[in-house]
Design a protein around this ligand. Sequence first.
Ligand code: FMN
Length: 213
Amino acid sequence: MQFDVDKMAAVDRYELLLGTVVPRPMALITTISNDGAINAAPYSLFNVMGHDPAVAVFSVLAQPDQRLKDTATNILATKEFVINLVSESIAESMNITCIDAPPGTNELELANLNTTASVKVKPPRVTASPVAFDCRFLTLLSFGTNQAIIAGQIVHAYVDDRFVRDRARGLVDTPELKLIGGMHGAKWYTKLSDRFEMERPTWAEWVRQGKAR
Ligand SMILES: Cc1cc2nc3c(=O)[nH]c(=O)nc-3n(C[C@H](O)[C@H](O)[C@H](O)COP(=O)(O)O)c2cc1C
């Protein structure tokens, strides 16, 4: 079946895109407003887009009333944010933080999530999150009034000691992080325990095996 994406209702496009591009990594983003209020919210339209420099991006969709989400407002005001990765053990708490509470509400308190001071930015990290990235705002790409992509440079990384295998080489025990992924629609998630491995092919090996034509 073909879909003329331009002609679809936005809500149906949402279902199509979020139902196919899976799993999405999960960022629980902490920010601070100009007057010092801590804010947290989950963002799964998120990924890292490079390592030299280390760049993370996420997408802010408009609130139903078209208001800019507090996360974006705070980042534009203070130029800092923290990306906390979400493990199975804090999945339910993360879900609580997406509540549409009024600006100034500390969603972390609602979700019983403690915070720890970050190393290079003012917003704190979520203590129970196994990985947190301190980010400095780089740029915002606006796509109309309804969505924007925010890019930040990761200037510091925290990884829970229990999961670090080789600090010098940045190696972590990824399966043990037990991170969750976002699946179809707005409600479904996945555990990342079903892995498989593939060696990347090289042309030299193809030639050696007589497969090159
Ligand atoms: C798992 C999950 C993923 C989400 N991903 C996004 C996202 O990528 N972009 C977005 O704009 N909203 C996303 N949301 C909704 C926001 O978290 C929600 O609108 C939140 O209230 C925004 O809070 P804020 O105004 O404090 O930033 C997501 C919600 C959940 C539960």
